[in-house]
Ligand binder design. Structure first.
Ligand SMILES: Nc1nc2c(ncn2[C@@H]2O[C@H](COP(=O)(O)OP(=O)(O)OP(=O)(O)O)[C@@H](O)[C@H]2O)c(=O)[nH]1
Ligand SMILES: [Mg+2]
Length: 390
């Protein structure tokens, strides 16, 4: 497996505005994604178009302009903020290279896959990423040629990238088959573990949300764990679960009158979502996302301070629906209120259930509101389990 140290690359970013309302946010995200991948942004080229050019994605005048910038800045890499077809990638590579240059062209999906490849820690995570990369690159096997021989900057080609590309289709299929098989086994192990862990009276809670919303910070607060937290995208790739306990059943809970006690909860921290999350990645990460799909309750963490938080909420719900988690009850956790001067607190829905919590995972303000929400959910869950038992 080919590995290159992060921080060795520099790139020209290209983003075409087709009139989508999230264009500037998605470009800002591309910058962050590049930074997370260890790629320095040399220049950003923007353009407006009605629809992509079939051959070059951008207009030929724009591509000429990109070529000039690339040559002047000696950029080794060009990153498009879109998905490119194999033909577009090939044509662009030809246009942006001079006979003695070695410029690579990659798209947004390849950049995200690359970050995942850099970040994957667990065996399962690594297998999932390799599978996603192979599936994506398989379609790009043909026409891999001119000027792509020796790569100094392997962003977008990490993991199975270049070496695997040189394998023929048959070997590639075999590898995909092997990885899928491996993942099935790991998934089975995970199911067995989950079953062993799951008892009817234990509430399983999964922390989901947009990348960088503060999921891991909240997880650490709730469970006193020490999961990696960073101001970067996709800091977390592997699911981590911890047990925690809630205090006696609160008076406002549905089973008031029942004796209180200590409720047990298993909380999981999970991978974050982003707009245009590559499908191959969602497919490959199904095993990990299963944890979310099987939860009794989702804590949907939102960066309340982000101007695009409504878009982000919608995007997360879209991915949740895709993995079969649309019907799991959610508590929306508006995080980072310390940056906004919003008071901590909870909002209840028409049934009296806590639907929203405003807190700061960093300062701890409002955490009691979330603990109350969890205690109530735990009590309701336990009551339900008791009824089912009788
Ligand atoms: N000001 C402020 N910053 C916060 C708060 N919670 C988290 N952060 C910061 O937000 C950044 C992202 O936090 P993480 O906990 O890593 O976010 P995440 O959702 O786990 O991110 P990924 O795993 O990358 O998807 C870090 O720089 C945190 O310090 C908060 O309540 N207030
Ligand atoms: Mg995280």
């Amino acid at each position: 497996m080919q590995q290159t140290p992060a921080g060795t690359g520099a790139a020209v970013l290209v983003s075409i505005d087709f009139g989508a309302n999230d264009h500037s946010e998605s470009l800002e995200e591309l910058r962050q994604l590049a930074e997370t991948a260890g790629v320095y942004t040399l220049a950003v080229v923007e353009a407006k178009r009605q629809c992509p050019d079939a051959a070059l994605f951008a207009g030929s005048g724009k591509v000429q302009q990109i070529a000039e910038i690339v040559e002047r800045m000696e950029a080794p890499l060009v990153i498009f903020n879109h998905d490119l077809s194999p033909a577009q990638m090939r044509n662009l590579t030809a246009k942006l290279n001079t006979p003695d240059s070695n410029v690579r062209v990659i798209d947004r999906t390849m950049l995200i896959l690359d970050i995942f490849a850099q970040r994957a820690q667990s065996h399962e995570g690594k297998v999932q990423v390799e599978l996603a990369q192979l599936r994506y690159l398989a379609t790009r096997l043909v026409g891999h040629g001119a000027g792509m021989g020796q790569q100094k900057f392997a962003v977008g080609a990490r993991g199975p990238g270049e070496t695997r590309l040189e394998l023929d289709r048959r070997k590639l299929d075999k590898r995909v088959h092997f990885l899928k098989d491996r993942l099935e086994k790991l998934k089975h192990q995970r199911t067995v573990q989950r079953r062993a862990r799951s008892r009817a009276d234990v509430l399983s809670v999964s922390i989901a949300g947009y990348t960088n919303a503060g999921k891991s910070t909240l997880f650490n607060r709730l469970t006193r764990a020490d999961v990696y937290v960073a101001d970067q995208l996709f800091a977390t790739l592997d699911t981590t679960s911890r047990r925690m306990f809630t205090e006696t059943a609160p008076a406002s809970s549905p089973d008031k009158g029942r004796p209180g006690g200590v409720g047990e909860i298993v909380v999981s921290d999970t991978v974050g979502f982003i707009r245009h999350l590559p499908h191959s990645l969602i497919a490959a990460f199904r095993g990990t996302l299963e944890e979310t799909a099987q939860a009794d309750l989702l804590l949907h963490v939102v960066d309340a301070n982000n101007a695009n938080r409504d878009d982000q909420i919608a995007e997360v719900n879209k991915v949740l629906a895709e993995i079969g988690a649309a019907d799991i009850p959610q508590v929306l956790v508006f995080n980072k209120i310390d940056l906004q001067d919003v008071p901590p607190g909870v909002q209840r829905d028409d049934y009296g259930r806590i639907a929203r919590v405003f807190l700061s995972a960093k300062s701890g303000a409002g955490l009691d509101g979330l603990q109350l929400a969890l205690a109530e959910a735990q009590t309701a869950h336990r009551t339900h389990a008791a009824i089912e038992h009788t």
